[in-house]
Design a protein around this ligand. Structure first.
Ligand SMILES: [Zn+2]
Length: 284
């Protein structure tokens, strides 16, 4: 009853798709139930393959529940140190085999203490169990050189701890029209889906239209996009000679403000009557 594809390229390509744009448009947001940090910076979401996202969300939820929703405990154990998931790269040392990170189907935790060959590293057993309950394979179980930071959603048959029945959640069905839509158009305005798992282990997939509020920090606002459209059209030519910054509305507002200030100061300095006389002299 293997749920995940075997760890060979043919099976992975068939199940997840082809690394690159094809995988790109199948990524959804997993919102961790506890605060996670990448290089010390708080993160809000983890981009993950839509087929593996519910399993990742369920594993994180189990970890959160196991530690009694205690962020301090999670932090102290290094569990909140997110070290990357989606990454379109090849396996280290191979020119042809894609890493499972390239499918958006692998995640690394606490890289500092869990590098290659660090044995079983420092990942707490409940975390390892939570991932294995979703059928994931743990890098700490690799024969030979281990990779204990690494969890991946590929078939783990024959590895420790995954033979017992799994509590996994089924992959959600997202967006039936994705195959008929032009990829380049979708890449500009991708739909996003947020995957969460609630207290009853129900998976929720909340699809959001590409809208300003969905991704306010990363996606330009409607006004900004319109502005870019207009100024891009106006300054498309000058952009190539280094004036592309003119398409930034704040730069234009700042320059406008400074000009207005100078004009006001100039008028105040000369007196309005003198200004009128000066203008008359210039145009005559
Ligand atoms: Zn990894």
């Amino acid at each position: 009853m293997a749920r995940w594809p075997a760890d060979n390229q043919a099976a992975l390509l068939r199940f997840y798709g082809t690394p690159g744009p094809d995988i790109d448009r199948q990524l959804v947001d997993v919102v961790p139930p506890f605060q996670m940090y990448y290089d010390g910076q708080p993160i809000k979401r983890i981009r993950f393959h839509r087929k593996a996202a519910p399993a990742l969300a369920a594993a994180l939820k189990e970890i959160w529940d196991h530690y009694g929703h205690d962020q301090k405990k999670i932090d102290a154990l290094g569990i909140s140190k997110y070290a990357g998931a989606y990454n379109p790269r090849k396996v280290r040392g191979s020119a042809t085999k894609w890493s499972n990170h390239a499918y958006g189907a692998a995640i690394d935790l606490n890289a500092e203490e869990n590098g290659f060959g660090k044995g079983h590293g420092s990942i707490p057993q409940p975390v390892i169990d939570a991932f294995k309950r979703q059928g994931a394979r743990w890098g700490g179980d690799y024969r030979g050189r281990t990779d204990p930071m690494h969890f991946e959603f590929c078939d783990a048959t024959g590895y420790p701890g995954v033979s017992r029945p799994l509590a996994f959640v089924e992959p959600p069905h997202i967006d039936g029209d994705s195959d008929t839509t032009d990829i380049s158009a979708r890449r500009k305005e991708p739909d996003t889906a947020v995957v969460t798992v609630d207290a009853d282990h129900e998976t929720h997939v909340e699809e959001t239209e590409a809208s300003a509020e969905a991704d306010a920090e990363t996606r330009p606002s409607w006004l900004r996009r319109k502005w870019k459209g207009v100024t891009g059209w106006l300054f498309g030519g000058v952009g190539s000679v280094g004036l592309g910054w003119l398409t930034d509305p704040w730069v234009v507002v700042a320059i406008g403000g400074i000009l207005l200030l100078f004009i006001t100061l100039f008028i105040l300095w000369m007196g309005p009557g003198d200004v009128r006389a000066w203008i008359r002299k210039q145009v005559s």
